[in-house]
Design a protein around this ligand. Structure first.
Ligand SMILES: Cc1ncc(COP(=O)(O)O)c(C=O)c1O
Length: 389
């Protein structure tokens, strides 16, 4: 099956060159049909489904996802997105005045805000350790990260794949050292599941969140929160509902707190088995390898055309299926709008600090011709506008 046939499995508009799988993913038709199947079940028998059938199917779906993530299903709950997961966790932390939270200067904006909100209330300090770009070696990056450590550091927070700079960071090594230092580790793996290898048992993070709707190809609003058994003791429900002091508790308080928060549609959560089966049926591992090769080929070409350099060595250690090329632009918003409206390319212009990047996602439904087209459009924009210097 070539990329065009595969592209037909997705519902993406054929008029658009879609190079932004990273923002919200894309869901193939068989997975979307499974999603609608569960929505129909819910509408046909709302009471039976909400009360009896839904919770059973949810448990089955969780077991399948937990197996894929290599963790105990008892330690995992579904949430709509990583922002929700991080709100649950950060609100529950016993942050105290003077405590420090160590993270990089490349964390995701919305979650940065969650940290700021609760740290300001508690009088805790957020240490956003600068990581120099381009990355030269894993060892150097790890050393830079730990230079932000102090005797007040209590928590370590890290995106395993960053949003704006699209870099893979050595989360496992950082978790290991943090453990030795007695620090709590909280990993934002929004871009990780289905994208790069992940074993939560090996990672040994205290907290981990990831999405299913990005690289596992589930419908939007399907993500998970993993918490170690120790962390489950301190995690409060964000919404108090029937699971609090439940008259019929399950064997997990963590599940009781988060599985039911009032009436909601859990259909997106129920699609994990079909989504994971889709990845298997369509030889996704092989396709991902090819995508990475294309990224490694084009990342330096795109970066050079834009007058900059790649942010990391061209290795699987740092680079997956998304890459961010530095750009110099006087109007990032207008540039992104121009790419979409004039050239029909969906691609984000991302920002980290004072720096802007053109972030290319390359998923199995994409083709090298689409990247060539992007390159032509960049040249055209350089010749005809002042948006790219
Ligand atoms: C690194 C990272 N963390 C967290 C998120 C949050 O996702 P959401 O807005 O769905 O909560 C994203 C979204 O792309 C992300 O890139």
């Amino acid at each position: 099956m070539d990329h065009l046939d595969l592209r037909k499995q997705f519902q993406l508009n054929f008029d658009i060159t879609f190079l932004n799988h990273g923002s919200f993913g894309a869901c193939p038709i068989p997975v979307f049909e499974d999603y609608q199947h569960w929505q129909k079940k819910l509408e046909q028998e709302p009471v039976q489904f909400m009360v009896h059938q839904g919770p059973k199917v949810l448990n089955k779906s969780r077991e399948t996802l937990a197996k894929y993530l290599d963790c105990d299903p008892m330690d995992m709950v579904y949430v709509p997105n990583p922002t929700t997961a991080m709100n649950i966790v950060i609100k529950s932390l016993p942050l105290k005045e003077g405590d420090e939270v160590l993270m990089t200067d490349q964390e995701y904006g919305a979650i940065d805000k969650v940290w700021d909100y609760y740290a300001e209330r508690a009088g805790a300090k957020i240490v956003r350790q600068k990581i120099h770009l381009p990355i030269r070696s894993k060892e150097e990056t790890i050393k830079q990260f730990w230079s932000g450590l102090s005797n007040k550091t209590k928590y370590v927070f890290l995106s395993q794949i960053t949003s704006a700079t699209a870099l893979i960071y050595p989360a496992q090594e950082i978790c290991q050292k943090a453990k030795e230092l007695g620090l709590i580790t909280i990993i934002d793996g929004a871009h990780v599941p289905g994208h790069i290898p992940l074993s939560l048992n090996e990672m040994q993070a205290d907290i981990y969140t990831g999405t299913c709707h990005k690289w596992i190809l589930s419908p939007k609003g399907s993500s998970f929160l993993y918490a170690s058994p120790e962390m489950q003791q301190i995690i409060d429900p964000l919404i108090i509902s029937w699971g609090y002091k439940s008259p019929t508790p399950s064997s997990s308080l963590f599940h009781d707190y988060f599985d039911y928060n009032g009436t909601k549609d859990i259909s997106a959560y129920l699609t994990s088995p079909v989504a994971l089966q889709f990845l298997e049926d369509y030889n996704w591992e092989e396709r991902k390898q090819k995508c990475r090769l294309i990224q490694k080929h084009y990342y330096p070409i795109i970066s050079k055309q834009l007058g900059g350099e790649v942010l990391c060595p061209l290795s699987d250690e740092y680079l997956g299926q998304i890459s961010s090329s530095p750009i110099k632009t006087n109007d990032p918003v207008a540039l992104q709008a121009l790419l979409y409206h004039k050239y029909k390319i969906e691609i984000p212009v991302t920002t980290n600090g004072n720096h802007h990047f053109l972030r290319v996602s390359y998923q199995a439904y994409n083709s090298a011709q689409e990247i060539e087209y992007l390159l032509d459009c960049i040249k055209n924009i350089q010749q005809t506008t002042s948006y790219l210097s």
